[in-house]
Design a protein around this ligand. Structure first.
Ligand code: PGA
Ligand code: ZN
Length: 433
């Protein structure tokens, strides 16, 4: 399309919410429109994720510099995509994938490729004077996501605290995104009071949730949040439910095939750990569990799915890493019923859109997600609306790298007006079969 050809690609090193360097790319089109992508970064990274290229020079940023990734954009990717039509996202992404030439983008770096891919999408949307979600999804892209919001952060996001990574809440009875968000904000503030009453000091973990200081067990967080939901005036389970990201790959003992709660000095067999999670689902208003078994333990995920797969949502994050072949294997084995979608696990917008499409086709629920290291980029909000994914997980309601996403969803709900669709807690009925 005339004027949509890429004129210039500018890459730079900026910083994320954990003070680590990351890649940012601007793409400028011949018509003057500009798009920007700023790449996020995980801490509890799955072993099957595409490669995040870091410099490895310990003298600068502890090896986390991204000058090699930026060099790859300047020397290889930019010259190849300049002149291409920005509305042909798939052709641009295919070209970058081919230039890299490896399955895990380990040559040029998934961070280098994704920065370009995101910037191209934004540039095309801006040139078309459309919100990104509409550009990505067309005229029927209008489903606001049900928010999955962190209240307590542990694991790799609050090192030395509890073993479980995320204790989250999900509004079930809200009629709109804005109403659902208000409910989880109420729960966040009420849980703050519950912490104060229990004499627990308040500080924030990497994604803005409360840092669990002085916890004696992993279960304690479940009781505190259930109390927070009630204190906020909501019915636990009916109005607001709990979601957990166990991120169990982080405490799986590969050699023994066991799961260890370091906080409690307790070791579980696969069956023992599945039983523990089942007992929590019986006792607390839990609607979703992510990575209840390790990325290396298919049998654990299958066992958990046999026990809970018709009662609650079971998400694979490290297990699937937004990769279609891994989701396919999960479907064949009967593991999980939902897929966490993270753009930088796979490395291009096109492959992310394909993964969401595939997830829906096999009857699993896609849950679009941020990373623990984030920036002011709000592309994932548009990705969730643009694909009618139905759920979005962004960390907590505190810290600007989180609110920039939630606030964008509020704006897009207003923009969609009466045409916006909000699935509410009914979305989970799709997996309760
Ligand atoms: P990460 O955490 O970005 O550190 O991987 C998020 C998650 O596990 O869902
Ligand atoms: Zn996760």
């Amino acid at each position: 399309m005339s004027g949509y050809n890429i004129k210039e690609v500018k890459a730079r090193q900026v910083f994320d919410s954990r003070a680590n360097p990351t890649v940012e790319v601007d793409v400028i089109l011949e018509c003057g429109a500009m798009g920007r992508g700023t790449v996020p970064s995980g801490a509890s990274t799955g072993i099957y994720e595409a490669l995040e290229l870091r410099d490895g020079d310990e003298k600068r940023f502890g090896g986390k510099g991204v000058s090699k990734a930026i060099g790859n954009i300047e020397r290889v990717l930019a010259p190849a995509i300049v002149g291409m039509d920005a509305t042909n996202q798939a052709a641009i992404d295919d070209k970058m994938i081919a230039l890299d030439g490896t399955p895990g983008k380990s040559n040029l770096g998934a961070n280098a490729i994704l920065g370009c891919s995101m910037a191209v999408a934004w540039a095309a949307a801006n040139a078309a004077k459309q919100p990104l979600f509409r550009y990505l999804g067309g005229c029927n892209a209008r489903t606001l996501p049900v928010p999955m919001v962190q209240i307590i952060g542990g694991g790799a996001h609050a090192v030395g605290s509890v073993d479980i990574q995320d204790y989250l809440v999900v509004p079930m009875s809200a009629g709109s995104f804005a109403e659902g968000y208000e409910m989880v904000v109420d729960v966040y503030n009420a849980t703050k009071k519950v912490f104060a009453k229990a004499g627990k000091p308040l500080s924030t973990a990497d994604e803005g949730g409360f840092w669990p200081t002085g916890f004696k067990s992993n279960e304690e967080g479940l009781a505190l949040i259930t109390e927070g939901i009630a204190l906020a005036g909501y019915k636990p389970g009916e109005d607001v439910a709990i979601a957990l990201d166990i991120a169990s790959s982080e405490f799986y003992q590969k050699d023994k095939g066991t799961y260890t709660f370091h906080l409690e000095d307790r070791e579980f067999t696969r069956e023992g750990f599945v039983d523990l999670l089942c007992s929590w689902v019986d006792k607390y208003p839990i609607i979703s569990i992510e990575d209840g078994a390790s990325e290396l333990d298919w049998e654990g995920s299958v066992l958990l799915t046999q026990k809970l797969g018709k009662r609650i949502q079971l998400i694979g994050d490290d297990l699937f890493t937004t990769s279609i072949p891994r989701v396919k294997e999960g479907v064949e084995r009967g593991a999980c019923n939902a897929v966490l979608i993270k753009m930088n696990q796979i490395g291009t917008i096109t492959e992310t859109l394909d993964a969401i499409e595939y997830t829906k086709t096999v009857g699993y629920l896609p849950v679009v997600s941020a990373r623990s290291g984030e920036t002011e980029d709000c592309s994932i909000v548009h990705l969730s609306i643009g694909t009618n994914a139905g759920q979005l997980k962004v960390g907590s309601v505190a810290r600007s790298e989180r609110t920039v996403k939630w606030n964008e969803a509020i704006r897009m709900e207003q923009l969609l007006g009466a045409q916006g669709i909000y699935p509410s807690g009914a979305i989970f009925d799709r997996v309760k079969r």
